[in-house]
Design a protein around this ligand. Structure first.
Ligand code: PA5
Length: 426
C-alpha cells in the first residue's frame, strides 16, 4: 500500500511540512503505546496481531463439512458482516456471497425467496451472541430452511464469542463453530474468523490475505514518513484538527465499493467520541464525479478526499468507432479512462485547494487487500491515540442495541425506558 500525502500540504484546511515534522514526535509516542498494547494483547490492540495470531487451519476445518456450496449467506451486522463483505465483493468467486445485515422484512423475504436454500451455507456471526437483528434474522432464515425441507443443522456455521445465545445454540445442536478471538472488536475483525470464513468458503487464499496483513504490520514504524498507514492516520487526524470534518473515501474500482463502506464503519464507530471525529462519506469513482464531486471541490472547505485505486487493473479495450468526435476513445481502454478520471479528480481537487490523499495498492487481490485493510485499521488506531479517544468502544451503538432489545421485551434496559418515555409524548 502506498499513501501520498502531498496534496494535503498548502490546502484549506491544510498542513505544512513543519506541522508534519512536529506531529511526527507524537506519532513516535503513539507508536510506542500501540506496540505495548500489541505485546500485551490488550483489548483492541490485539486486532493488530491478527496477521500472526489468526489460525487458517481452524477456519478451514470448520468450513470443511460444507462441500461445494452454491452460495454463502452471512447473517450478521456491522463489524460482523462488513469485513467479510469487503473481501467477498472485491474478489471473484464461483460461490456467491449474500449478507443479511438488516431486518427490513421486504428485503429478507425477497432474498430468501430467491436463494436455493438446500445449497446455501448459512454463516451466522455475532461476537456478543446477543444482537437482536442478527438473532431475529437467523430465526427467520432457520424457519425458511425448515419449510424448504432443509436440515438447518447441516447447513449452519456459527462464529461467536465464548458466551451468549449463539454459543448456546451451537453447543445444543453440535454445529460447526468458530471463535471470535478475544480482544478483537467487531470492526477490527476482518482478519479473524469473522472475515475469513466466508473467504474460505468462496475458495480464496486466506493465507495470502494474512500475508498482506503481515506486510502492513512490518511497515509500521515510529514515523509517519516511513509508514504508509501512519502517514494516512496522522494526516487525516491533523486535517480534522484544522477543520476537515468530512473524509470522502472514493475508490476508483467497483470491486472496492464495499471497502468504502467498511472504512466508514471503522472510522465513524472508532473515532466519533467526545465531540471529536471525522465523518466518513462514501463515494465511488468515476460514478460520483458526476454527482458528489461538485460539493467536494466547491462546497464548504471542511473536507478531505481519499482517492483509492489499484495501479494494475484489467484492460477492456474501447473499440474504434466511425463516429465523428469519438475517435479519441478508440484504441484506448476502460482502465485508461478510469485512471485518467482519477488523475483528473486529484488534480482538480488540488487546484481548488481541497486536501486529498492518494492510497494505492498494486492490484485487487488477496494479499493487497489484506495489506490495505490492516493499514487502515492501524491508521485508525493511530488517529485514536493522537486524538486521545477510546477507539475500541462504541457506547452509542450499544445504547441502540440495548434499547431495541428492551423494547421487544428482551430484558430490563434503561435505554428502552428512555425510548418509551419519548413515545408517550407523541
Ligand atoms: O464494531 C462493532 O463493535 C459493532 O459494529 C458490532 O460488530 C455490531 O454491533 C455487531 O455486534 P455483534 O457481533 O456482537 O453481533
Amino acid at each position: 500500500m502506498n499513501v501520498d500525502i502531498g496534496n494535503a500540504l498548502g490546502t484549506t484546511p491544510g498542513l505544512t511540512e513543519d506541522t508534519l515534522e512536529r506531529l511526527d514526535g507524537r506519532v513516535a509516542d503513539a507508536h510506542e503505546r500501540i506496540t505495548a498494547g500489541m505485546v500485551d494483547d490488550e483489548f483492541g490492540y490485539a486486532s493488530l496481531n491478527l496477521p500472526e495470531t489468526a489460525d487458517p487451519d481452524a477456519i478451514r476445518a470448520a468450513v470443511a463439512p460444507f462441500d461445494d456450496p452454491h452460495a454463502v449467506l452471512t447473517v450478521g451486522i456491522g463489524g460482523s458482516a462488513l469485513g467479510a463483505a469487503t473481501l467477498a465483493y472485491a474478489l471473484e468467486s464461483d460461490v456467491d456471497a449474500y449478507f443479511l445485515d438488516n431486518v427490513d422484512p421486504d428485503h429478507v423475504r425477497a432474498l430468501l425467496a430467491d436463494l436455493p436454500l438446500e445449497d446455501v451455507v448459512v454463516n451466522v456471526v455475532s461476537r456478543s451472541g446477543t444482537t437482536a437483528e442478527t438473532l431475529a434474522n437467523f430465526l427467520v432464515v432457520r424457519e425458511a430452511m425448515t419449510d424448504a425441507g432443509v436440515d438447518w443443522t447441516e447447513r449452519t456455521l456459527v462464529t461467536t464469542g465464548e458466551a451468549g445465545n449463539l454459543r448456546r445454540l451451537a453447543e445444543d445442536h453440535d454445529l460447526p463453530a468458530l471463535d471470535v478471538p478475544e480482544g478483537v472488536p467487531g470492526r477490527f475483525s476482518v482478519l479473524s474468523t469473522v472475515g475469513l470464513a466466508v473467504a474460505t468458503l468462496q475458495g480464496h487464499d486466506i493465507e495470502a490475505v494474512l500475508a498482506g496483513g503481515r506486510d502492513g504490520m512490518d511497515a509500521l514504524s515510529g514515523s509517519l514518513f516511513e509508514s504508509p498507514a501512519y502517514a494516512y492516520g496522522a494526516t487525516t487526524y491533523a486535517l480534522a484538527e484544522r477543520g476537515a470534518l468530512t473524509n470522502a473515501v472514493m475508490p476508483y474500482a467497483e470491486s472496492l465499493e464495499t471497502f468504502a463502506e467498511w472504512f466508514a464503519q471503522l472510522w465513524a464507530e472508532s473515532l466519533g467520541k467526545d465531540g471529536l471525529g471525522q465523518t466518513p462519506a462514501r463515494a465511488l469513482g468515476a460514478t460520483d464525479q458526476h454527482s458528489q464531486l461538485q460539493l467536494y471541490r466547491a462546497g464548504p472547505p471542511d473536507k478531505l478526499v481519499t482517492l483509492v485505486r489499484p495501479t494494475e487493473r484489467a484492460t477492456t479495450p474501447i473499440p474504434e468507432t466511425e463516429l465523428e468526435g469519438l475517435a479519441y476513445l478508440g484504441g484506448s481502454s476502460l482502465g485508461d479512462l478510469l485512471d485518467a478520471e482519477f488523475d483528473a479528480t486529484e488534480a482538480s481537487l488540488a487546484a481548488a485547494g481541497v486536501p486529498n490523499l492518494r492510497v494505492e495498492i498494486d492490484r485487487v487481490d488477496e494479499r493487497n487487500l489484506g495489506e490495505l485493510l490492516y493499514g487502515m485499521e492501524a491508521a485508525c488506531v493511530l488517529y485514536g491515540e493522537l486524538a486521545s479517544v477510546s477507539t475500541f468502544t462504541q457506547p452509542a451503538v450499544e445504547w441502540g442495541k440495548n434499547a431495541a432489545r428492551g423494547l421487544l421485551g428482551g430484558g430490563e434496559f434503561a435505554e428502552a425506558e428512555a425510548v418509551d418515555d419519548k413515545r408517550e409524548l407523541r
